[in-house]
Structure formats: C-alpha cells, structure tokens
Design a protein around this ligand. Structure first.
Ligand code: GLA
Length: 334
C-alpha cells in the first residue's frame, strides 16, 4: 500500500500584523520547519503524534469540532468537518515546528491534514478552507495570513500578500540577512482580546469604510479613542508593509529595520497587543550590534519576536529560511 507524506511548513510574519482580517497587507514567509503526516488510506481518520500521548480517531463526518478530544484533535476535526472527505487516513504526525511557539504549528497541522485527506484546489481555496477549519475549531475569528502563507510559500522569498484580493507577490529575500525568531512567552488567542480587536476594526469600518482603503486622516477623525487607535494602526501598518517590501527590493536594510521598530511601537501603543516582556525583549535585541530591526510578530499577547540581522549577529533563537509551501510527497522521495 502506498505511503505518502503531507508536509506543511511553519510561518513567520516579517511585518503587517492585525491587518489580514480587514483585507489588508501582510508580509510573511513559510519557514524551514515542517509538520509531516505520514499516511495511508483508511475508512476513518486515525492519527497518532510524536508529540501527543493520545491519538485522534474521527469518523469522516464531524458536526462540531469543538467537542472533540484530545485537544489537538479539534484542529484535525475542523478540517474533516469542512471537507467531509470521501476517504480517511491512518497516519502519524511529527513536526520540527516548535509547538505553541508562534510559528503556526496548529495551522501547519490543518493544512497538512487537508492535503492528506485529498484536498484538490488552488492555494487560495486551501487557505480559505483551513482558515474556516481553524475558526470553527478554536472559536477565534482569526484571519487568513497563516494558512495562506503555509499553503503559498515560495523558497527564497518573502510573500507580499493582499488579504483582500487574496494575491501573493513573492519578493526575493536577500541572502545576506538572517531572520531570527525568539520565543518570548506561551500564549493562546482563545480567550484573548483578539476577537475584541476584530470587533473594534469592524466598528471603525462602520464609520470610515473599509480600512484597506482608508487614509490616516480618516482614521484619525474617529471620535471613539479606542476605535480610533485601532484604525490608525491598521492604516499605517498597511503602508509599512508596502514600504518594507520596497526597502527589501532595494536592499535598504536600515529602512526595513526602522519600519519593523515602528510596527512594534504601533502594536504596543495603538493596538495594545504587546506585553511588557515582549517590549523588553524587542528593546534588548534592537540594541545589539548587527541588528537591522525587530518586532513582535503574529497575534501578540505573548508569542514571538522576529529580527532581521547581519549573518551570525544573533545567537539566541531560531534562524529560519524561506521555503516552498505545503505539498504532498511520496514517502520514498521524502
Ligand atoms: C494570528 C492570526 C492571523 C493574524 C495574526 C495577526 O496569527 O491567526 O490571522 O491576524 O494573528 O497579524
């Protein structure tokens, strides 16, 4: 019987956070840590994991993924419930993505499960399906960035993504720059203020229209001080993504680094998704020789920071490289 491998990378976002769920711009890359599912056909979904004591066993029809246990099975169940696949799998999950480390280990699992269950379609369709799976499994209204970058990664490139048009423009990533991810504190977006931010952005859009098209003048005109701050972040962050992509294309690392620091300050002061611990870590790394820029990355309230630095300048953290997106492999070829 043929054994296959569904392989999905992790991701890190270089700049453009809390913009995806208003159809804004983000700039992530798929990174060289992977979740593999080694599988063969079955009439249900049976998965074991190298990192979990309890296996997941599911029928091919799942109504409510939130009721599934063990906990990691909810993500599998989210994908199964979205796909209602014709055939199941029996397989084993292993990963080199730090679990809960802010590099999208759960999103990589979702994308790998979809491929293993026979998903056929475009990168955009794969990203949308696994985003719905995540939203249903976690109950958190997260955006599409994570699944889109995992599905659509391009080796050697960062990804300028338009989360409204759902397009990816790969931008070559320079060889002489290290991307280093440092894990600061464990967090989960479940129960965090993430959903509040989504609501606050919707409130801003009810006043000034789509944030992806809004000007900073319009954002600054909003009366409610909290909604105003959120809108000001999103509008400026979209522009920072454009400027960052331009800076990278021009190999202007000083400007790229300044934009990262400005993004962090905005997430801290306007969006309130940083923590004192993350601010201290960013300030420390920014002060080190050879560092171009550094910021918190992802959903926030803990998680990771990401730095751009001269090769070898940072010895703490995970150095990551941009890789291709998720794919199905023959076990012999892997
Ligand atoms: C989490 C979500 C993403 C995105 C980021 C913030 O990672 O899953 O959709 O909103 O937070 O940029």
């Amino acid at each position: 019987m043929s054994v296959r491998i569904a392989r999905a990378p992790g991701r890190v976002n270089l700049i453009g956070d809390h913009t995806d769920y208003t159809g804004g711009l983000v700039f992530p890359m798929a990174v060289d840590r992977w979740t593999d599912i080694r599988f063969e056909p079955s009439d249900q979904v049976e998965l074991t994991s190298a990192d979990e004591s309890e296996p997941v066993t599911l029928p091919l029809r799942v109504d409510d993924p939130t009721t599934v246990s063990p906990a990691w099975g909810k993500y599998v169940a989210g994908v199964v419930s979205e796909m209602a696949p014709a055939h199941g799998i029996r397989g084993h999950v292993s990963t080199t993505i730090p679990i809960g480390g802010g590099m999208s280990s759960s999103h990589a699992l979702e994308v790998a499960v979809a491929l293993a269950l026979g998903f056929e379609g475009s990168v955009v369709e794969l990203a949308k399906l696994t985003q719905r799976a995540e939203n249903r499994a976690s109950g958190v209204p997260t955006g599409i960035m994570d699944q889109f970058s995992i599905a659509g990664g391009v080796a050697g490139h960062a990804l300028l993504m338009d989360c409204g048009a759902l397009t990816i423009t790969p931008v070559p990533f320079p060889d002489d720059v290290d991307v280093v991810v440092q894990f600061i504190a464990h967090r989960t977006l479940v129960g965090s203020a993430y959903a509040d931010r989504v609501r606050e952005c919707a409130a801003a859009e009810a006043i000034i229209g789509p944030l992806r098209e809004a000007t900073s003048v319009a954002a600054a005109s909003i009366d409610d001080p909290v909604v105003r701050k959120r809108a000001m972040h999103v509008v400026a962050e979209n522009q920072r993504v454009r400027d960052f992509a331009d800076a990278l294309r021009a190999h202007d690392l000083a400007t790229a680094g300044e934009l990262m620091l400005a993004s962090h300050a905005s997430l801290r002061d306007l969006y309130d998704t940083s923590t004192a611990q993350m601010d201290a870590a960013v300030a420390h790394v920014a002060s080190l020789p050879g560092v171009h820029g550094v910021r918190m990355t992802g959903g926030g309230f803990g998680g990771c920071i990401v730095a751009l630095a001269e090769p070898g300048a940072l010895d703490e953290g995970w150095r990551v490289r941009a890789v291709d997106g998720a794919q199905l492999l023959d076990a012999d070829a892997a």
